[in-house]
Design a protein. Structure first.
Lengths: 286, 336
């Protein structure tokens, strides 16, 4: 296990783009944790006298990236926005992993009628175009970050259940599982000791790429004003506010939150892709 | 299994999925926290209006009866009427549908044509600067939110350069004789060149925005699938026969490499139906996506339910068609 792990890390380090993605993601996480300490202003404080002020390119170092239509500091809002996006992302991952793993595991391990029922339910959820389900559920549940998290998770649980089910079905037939059962190992023992550790690799890859998607979906909900309050310093919502001022030349309200979304999504995509390649080539060498 | 039997089997398997989707869509109105009628009408509504709406939506009946009524009406294409405008939901959706179809079809055409060209080129020049550039750009393509890209394109091409229109489908004052509802096609049929050009200009930015993600994915899949195929024995044989590389790539390899691409196209059509909601909002494009967002902000839940069900139903049909095409071009699928 240990040497396999070091081998995967070695493989990962060879992929320069993936390493770049890892560092970008790490910096982003650090910034979002330290948001209250490093943010120059209060992201919610309104200052109508200084509304729509340009930033450093016009010599305004007080509001480095300028201010929005209510005079709120854009740099501070972007920093807090990262914290919100990542918070939603982590929660989506947590909810998706818990329920996806349970459903996938139960489905694959017990098979039969249980498997069939769970798989038909998964089919139903996968029959919705991805954004549509999250949007419809968020619209019904009403405004609130927690509700947005729930709505986005609902989109990913079925996919996760499929991934877990597939891996479990492969692992289940391997000789060491059979050996454990022959020695009288209980279902719980086999699942926790033999199956879970061995489905970790595909699950981790799915989760990393899911984080990129979750950030994108949160921004989309914020942009559409569904489930996320427009005054929240959330990247998508900020960008949506700025849209009205873009045609008048105040581009910074829209441009900076957008760049942050791109950087965040790109970093997790690069990281996830690199992870997949590293773990895959490990499997191929076996 | 023959293609005919396979088709029947897939059709039968789609039935529980459609029923499941209808249950979830029906429940959307019941997961609203509190009384849905209060949410839809607001706090100032009179008691009479509240009772009237409750009766109209059948919310005073037992849940199973409500579902049965909703589902049997939905099967006949009746999704009730809008809470705000009293217009039939089906009429509203059908009126907006061609705009979304036109946008999606043009985007998909852009994505397929350029995606295959880029993918084949990248595979052909593997590990060169061309290949690396293609991979880099396609990675960026899947990471840019379509709504932000759309806004930036408006800023560059409409606000700064003034070469393309900001939003909408056609300039005020121009009109197209309605035949299919697809403005490009209709103006072409009637020979209305001024309108054709105008509609095309209006379509460019939204279609390009919506095309980025499928374009990036089709490029990636075409590239990796081409690389797989180029390693096959029959390609080596073709080369050994002395056939020129170009004809081996386009005649032998591409045909086989396109099979996985079909799956991606099918899946992406569904994702595009979701993406269209965002793009239509950015460009004030009068399609079903914008209708949905308007209905959500008006808390017009019967309209929301109707749209969500119809789009999902369309997605199921698309997936079914893609699976059948797949089974047709690759008979191994049918025997799994």
């Amino acid at each position: 296990m240990n040497s396999e792990f070091t081998q995967a890390i070695k493989q990962f380090k060879k992929n320069r783009l993936a390493v770049l993605g890892f560092y970008m993601a790490a910096v982003l996480m650090l910034i979002s944790i330290l948001a209250p300490l490093i943010s120059p202003h209060d992201p919610l404080s309104i200052d109508l006298v200084n509304k729509l002020k340009p930033g450093f390119w016009e010599g305004n170092y007080h509001n480095f990236l300028g201010t929005d239509n209510l005079g709120r500091d854009i740099l501070s809002r972007i920093i807090y926005g990262g914290a919100i996006s990542l918070k939603v992302g982590y929660m989506v991952i947590l909810i998706t992993t818990i329920f996806g793993t349970i459903f996938g595991l139960v489905s694959a391990y017990f098979g039969g009628v249980i498997d069939m029922v769970i798989q038909r339910v998964v089919d139903v959820f996968l029959a919705f175009p991805p954004l549509l389900l999250a949007l419809a559920v968020a619209a019904s549940l009403g405004t609130g970050i927690e509700k947005a998290m729930l709505a986005i998770s609902l989109t990913y649980i079925p996919g996760m259940a499929r991934v877990v089910r597939g891996s479990v079905l492969t692992v289940k037939t391997l000789p060491y599982v059979e050996a454990s059962r022959a020695l009288g190992g209980s279902s719980t023992w086999i699942i926790t000791r033999h199956i879970l550790p061995n489905i970790l690799a595909p699950a981790v890859v799915y989760i990393t790429l899911l984080l990129a998607d979750a950030i994108l979906y949160t921004a989309a909900l914020g942009f559409l004003g569904v489930g996320i309050d427009p005054s929240t310093p959330e990247w998508g919502a900020m960008l949506s506010t700025g849209r009205d001022f873009l045609l008048m030349g105040q581009w910074w309200v829209t441009v900076f939150p957008g760049i942050m979304i791109v950087l965040a999504v790109l970093s997790f995509n690069l990281f996830g892709d690199g992870l997949r390649e590293a773990l895959d080539s490990k499997l191929r060498n076996d | 299994m023959g293609l005919y039997r396979y088709t029947i089997r897939r059709l039968v398997l789609a039935i529980p999925t459609v029923i499941g989707v209808s249950i979830i869509v029906f429940l959307l109105i019941h997961i609203i926290p509190g009384n849905p009628v209060d949410v839809m009408l607001g706090a100032k509504a009179t008691e009479a209006a509240r009772i009237a709406l409750t009766e109209r939506l059948g919310l005073d009946q037992p849940l199973y009866l409500q579902y049965w009524n909703w589902f049997t009406h939905a099967l006949q294409g009746d999704f009730g009427s809008s809470v705000t405008s009293y217009e039939s939901v089906t009429t509203a959706v059908l009126g907006r549908f061609p705009a979304t179809i036109e946008l999606t079809l043009l985007s998909m055409t852009i994505a397929v044509v350029f995606g295959i060209i880029f993918g084949v080129t990248a595979a052909r020049y593997r590990n060169t600067i061309v290949d690396n550039l293609t991979i880099g750009v396609s990675l960026l393509g899947v990471s840019i939110p379509v709504f932000w890209l759309g806004i930036m394109l408006i800023y560059i091409f409409a606000a700064v350069m003034h070469v393309l229109p900001v939003s909408g489908r056609i300039t005020m004052g121009l009109s197209v004789t309605n035949i299919t509802g697809l403005y490009l096609l209709d103006s072409l049929i009637t020979g209305n060149w001024a309108a054709f050009k105008d509609c095309f200009m209006h379509l460019l930015l939204p279609a390009f925005s919506l095309a980025t993600i499928p374009l990036a994915l089709i490029t990636r899949v075409t590239r990796s699938s081409m690389l797989d195929v180029l390693n096959e024995d029959y390609i080596r044989t073709a080369r050994a026969k002395g056939l020129p590389y170009r004809s081996v790539v386009f005649k032998h390899a591409l045909k086989n490499a396109l099979i996985p691409v079909i799956t991606v196209i099918g899946l992406q059509l569904g994702t595009m139906l979701g993406g269209a909601i965002l793009v239509e909002t950015v460009f004030a494009w009068p399609g079903i996506g914008r209708l949905l967002i308007t209905a959500i902000s008006n808390r017009d839940y019967p309209t929301v339910q109707g749209i969500v069900f119809m789009i999902s139903f369309l997605f199921i049909v698309i997936n079914l068609v893609v699976d059948l095409i797949y089974a047709y071009v690759d008979p191994r699928i049918r025997f799994e």
